[in-house]
Each structure stands twice: as C-alpha cells, then as structure tokens.
Design a protein around this ligand. Sequence first.
Ligand code: CDP
Length: 225
Amino acid sequence: MTDVLPIPVIAIDGPSASGKGTVAALVAQALGFHYLDSGAIYRVAAYAAQRGEVSLEDEAALAELALHLQLRFTGGEVILDGEPVGDAIRSEAAGRAASRIAALPALRLALLERQRAFRLAPGLVADGRDMGSVVFPDARLKVFLTASAEERAQRRYKQLIEKGLDANLAPLLQDLRERDARDVARSAAPLQQTADAVLLDTTGLNIQQAVQQVLVWYSQASKTV
Ligand code: CDP
C-alpha cells in the first residue's frame, strides 16, 4: 500500500506590510492552490466585536464571538453575515484592533480550526504570523517574508496614496514599529522565524522576484517528499 501524502501547504509568515499577502496570493494562483489570508479573519473578528459592542479586552466574549462568526471568502470579497466587509476591515484602525485582539490566546484558539479548514486539495498557500509555527506546523514549505521597516512603511504609504487616501510616512512607520513590537512580544503565537523556515528579505526585490523565489523553493521542497 502507498502512503497518502497530506495536502501540501506553503506557509508564508512575516511582519505587517511585508508584501506577504500579495506574494502568497500570486503563488497560490501560479500553482492553482487555495489561498488563506489569516489576517483578514483577525480583522473580521475585531470588526464584528466593535460592531457588536464587545470590548476588545473581553477575551471570553471575543472567543465566543469568533467561534460563531458567519464568515465567507468569495471571489476576493470577505462576507460577514451576508454583507461585504472587505473595505471596512482594511482600514488602519481595523488593523490596529485586529493586532490587539490577536494577542489573546482564547481568541486564537477559537480561530484555529476555522483556519485549518482551508487546507483543501490540491494545496493551500496561507499567510499570517503563525502559519508555520502553530496552524500548519507540517507545512511543506515555510517562508519568513520580511523587509526593512522603512521599506514596508514606504510600500504602505504608496498603497494608501494610490487608493486616493491621505497618508503620512512618519506616523505609518511609527505604527508599523508598534505593531511589530506587539506581534513579536506577545506570548501567544508570537511572530518569529522558526528554525525550519527560509528567510526571504524582499528589501530591494520586486513582487515577481519574490514570487519566483517561493516557487523555486516549493519545487525543491516537493522533490524531497
Ligand atoms: O499585515 P497587516 O498588519 O497589515 O495585517 P494582517 O496580516 O491583515 O493582520 C492583521 C493583524 O492580525 C496583525 O497585526 C496581527 O497582529 C494579527 N495576525 C495574527 O496575529 N496572526 C495571523 N496569523 C494573522 C494576523
């Protein structure tokens, strides 16, 4: 009898605005894999809490809310309780709220199985902070994708300006540094490069070069299974 191989996962973790979402989505597209934007789930949980007037400090209530979120991803849109919330959860304020509740262990646990359910054939590319360390520890390839804080702030600045929004570089850089510090210092699933993850520093790389590198590593990792 032959062993059945587990559905392959590529875990891409890294700090805010490192470009991991864009890279992960393009890698998924190139391979015909599913894509999980785990940050969007934290953002939706924070948004639903604020809308339902649940305190961002009430860990038990947030975990309960997270277990029962009526959440779907369809054709690039995020649907909560039947309503598209993609724009609402992408604001800087929603990102800050997500980063606060993401420090709560009971909330993270409540979201664990929901994230694992995205592991469907033929494969999954998942991006976040703890995809390789907690959610998919048996991922075939683990990438820690980063860039200098200055470059990440520049990228976010460009994104906001392109969307026609007001932006200032200095507060963006400050906010990124605070979010990095919170993600790294928390005790529940801190942002970290695990020993089995490969480092992809995208400072000075464009998106295509980053995508290409991940595809090369994935093809190499697939030869050894
Ligand atoms: O990258 P960015 O900070 O813009 O946002 P995101 O990836 O959408 O994630 C929003 C927040 O959720 C992050 O600041 C993290 O604190 C948290 N998060 C997490 O703790 N674990 C994940 N797997 C994904 C996101």
